[in-house]
Design a protein around this ligand. Structure first.
Ligand SMILES: Cc1cc2nc3c(=O)[nH]c(=O)nc-3n(C[C@H](O)[C@H](O)[C@H](O)COP(=O)(O)O)c2cc1C
Length: 153
């Protein structure tokens, strides 16, 4: 089993969460994990891995996707990831009307690919430093491994 964690992060909060997810997979399951910045990655990269994680912050007047993620989002929708497990997470800020809209938007797009959702998507405010944030990110990683094993045993 292998995994990729692709993240979009402007100020480092979502990147921190990407590292938490990756470290659980590496340390607790000895899984090979690649971590890519979305600016240097393509949605097609998901085709090469069993477990596909995407982290994105939310930005902009409509509270949805950061501009630099629009092409990535479109490309993701055209993929068949039916033999994969996915998990989505991202940082936002309760100050804004739509909290972590990018997380919901990417979750919907992943569902269209036919991939199996590991666990509910994880939204957190600013840095993932609350106990609950860390717990949910760990659970996302654990559930992805469980789901993949169930699908492949
Ligand atoms: C101009 C601007 C617009 C933002 N819009 C939203 C928003 O609509 N919804 C939300 O939850 N967070 C919004 N945020 C907050 C960011 O998502 C938040 O700061 C997040 O922690 C950034 O994550 P990063 O450190 O991974 O880049 C906005 C931030 C800025 C500066």
């Amino acid at each position: 089993m292998d995994a990729v964690v692709i993240f979009a992060s402007l100020t480092g909060n979502t990147e921190e969460a990407a590292e938490i997810v990756a470290s659980v997979l590496e340390q607790e399951y000895d899984i090979d994990v690649e971590i890519y910045d979305a600016m240097q990655a393509d949605a097609e990269d998901f085709l090469d891995f069993d477990l596909c994680f995407l982290g994105s912050y939310t930005y902009g007047v409509d509270g949805i996707l950061p501009d630099e993620m629009l092409d990535f989002y479109d490309d993701l929708g055209g993929l068949d990831l039916s033999d994969k497990v996915f998990g989505v997470f991202g940082s936002g800020d309760h100050f804004y009307e739509i909290f972590c809209g990018a997380v919901d938007t990417f979750e919907e797009q992943f569902i269209k690919t036919g991939a199996t959702q590991a666990a509910p998507s994880v939204k957190f405010s600013l840095a993932p430093d609350e106990e609950e944030d860390i717990k949910q990110l760990h659970e996302l990683a654990h559930s992805a491994v469980r789901q993949w094993k169930e699908m492949n045993e």
